[in-house]
Design a protein around this ligand. Structure first.
Ligand SMILES: [Zn+2]
Length: 343
């Protein structure tokens, strides 16, 4: 394996990668380490570019050759498993640090109960290893500035790609976005240099408190978890908490619907921007995208719905995440900040 530390400050580092390959008698896998909190999709694009691989299949061919030579490695698994092994990480470590699974699948049914990245994952989860929660590639201009001053390369953060998170959790600044088809194929400072970044979608800093701030902190906490929570157990916990507040998922006996509570607490513009289906929400009428959390134990809701429910039902993000942990074991630790030091 040839390990390189290319100069990413050059906008086009393909010639450098070709030089590395040509100086060897035979082509070797060029190893490209993932960066802290870097989304797996962005890491993949960086690897393809540094190694001058035309397609994911070309890279995978070399990964399989490389991994087959590592003692103790069993079944080749999925593409994510091979990327992880070549990065000297366990697949579960790679998935937990670089995939968006904690945001996409914070809660699952009984058939999908395993740590993110394990080889026994269900098909839907395994098919989402490279999936991003929302369209576009989001960046913080201050993170770009800090990156270039500390390491001459800028990179994407998972924390910036979450639904509803319009701000950098480290700097509190509104995020900019590149909407191109292949936005993750360019480094953030290159997107900035080529004027491909939009103006921020909000003109205020990250709120210090309130519902949206709770949502942001809960979302970061869910992304940091090692395991999804089991839907039946968590829904029961949330139903008990909701009952104490006079809230439920059916409107039975004039209880307040959870979706009504969310609609009352959240800023309307923010809510419609991130969950446009709320446009069809009628107050007093069940909105299953949210209310199923309190009315159906065996059917998990979509990822962002849990952050909305938890932020609405609990007094603090810490209380909300403790409720999730209480039924599902300890989480992996601190939420990703987007600016954590190297592991
Ligand atoms: Zn930042």
């Amino acid at each position: 394996m040839v390990s390189v530390t290319p100069d990413h400050s050059n906008h086009d580092f393909k010639p450098f990668a070709r030089q590395i390959v040509m100086c060897c008698e035979e082509p070797h896998l060029i190893k490209v380490e993932p960066l802290p909190d870097e989304p797996a999709l962005a890491h993949l694009h960086r690897w393809l570019q540094v190694g001058s691989y035309r397609t994911k299949a070309d890279l995978d061919r070399e990964l399989q050759l490389e991994i087959s030579g590592i003692p103790g490695v069993g079944a080749p698994g999925t593409f994510l498993h091979r990327i992880a092994r070549a990065s000297h990480l366990l697949p579960s470590q790679y998935a937990q640090r670089h995939s968006m699974l904690g945001a996409l699948f914070p809660v699952v049914g009984p058939a999908d109960q395993c740590a993110y990245g394990e080889e026994v994952e269900g098909k839907a989860i395994a098919a989402s290893h490279w999936r991003m929660p929302r369209k576009g590639a989001f960046v913080c201009r201050s993170c770009i500035y800090d990156d270039l001053h500390s390491s001459s390369i800028s990179w994407f953060r998972r924390a910036h790609q979450l639904i509803g998170v319009d701000w950098c959790p480290v700097h509190g600044e509104p995020l900019a976005c590149a909407l191109g088809h292949d936005a993750f194929g360019l480094l953030p400072h290159v997107l900035r240099g080529e004027a491909q970044l939009s103006d921020p979608v909000v003109d205020v800093r990250l709120p210090e408190d309130g519902f949206v701030r709770s949502f942001v902190d809960v979302s970061l906490g869910l992304l940091a978890r090692t395991h999804p929570a089991p839907s039946a157990a968590l829904h029961q916990v949330l139903r008990r908490r909701a009952s104490d507040l006079g809230v439920d998922g059916t409107g039975w006996r004039k209880h307040r619907l959870l979706s009504d509570l969310v609609a009352d607490l959240a800023d309307e513009g923010w809510l419609l921007r991130h969950v446009p289906q709320f446009l069809h929400k009628v107050m007093g009428r069940q909105f299953l995208r949210i209310d199923k959390i309190l009315s159906q134990d065996d059917s998990p809701a979509e990822g962002a719905s849990y952050a909305l429910a938890l932020a609405a039902l609990y007094d603090s993000p810490a209380d909300a995440l403790s409720a999730v942990d209480g039924r599902c074991g300890p989480s992996s630790g601190s939420p990703p900040s987007g600016g954590d030091p190297e592991r």
